[in-house]
Design a protein. Sequence first.
Length: 99
Amino acid sequence: YNAKKYLEQHPGLHLKRTHGIELSLGEFNKMKIIQNNKCAICGNIFSDRRHTQIDHCHKTKKIRGLLCIQCNSGIGMLKEDVDILKKAIDYINFYKIKE
């Protein structure tokens, strides 16, 4: 039994176990092709499967796209709340160092 290989072949396993959301390897690979193997937010190229997160809405259970760990964690930490995200942008812009 090779756990790493199994997880690579079943990218949606965590989603299914924790949220009841299913995603096949084919669907996952299709999403990567559509997104040019890049994070939908920052555009960084996915280096490997561990760094490719399947983003979903916690309320609707719908898959939105693929994100890198940092972007997925960031929107999660800000509770997927558009108002909080806008306030974070305003905050960063207000304190931005002028170059």
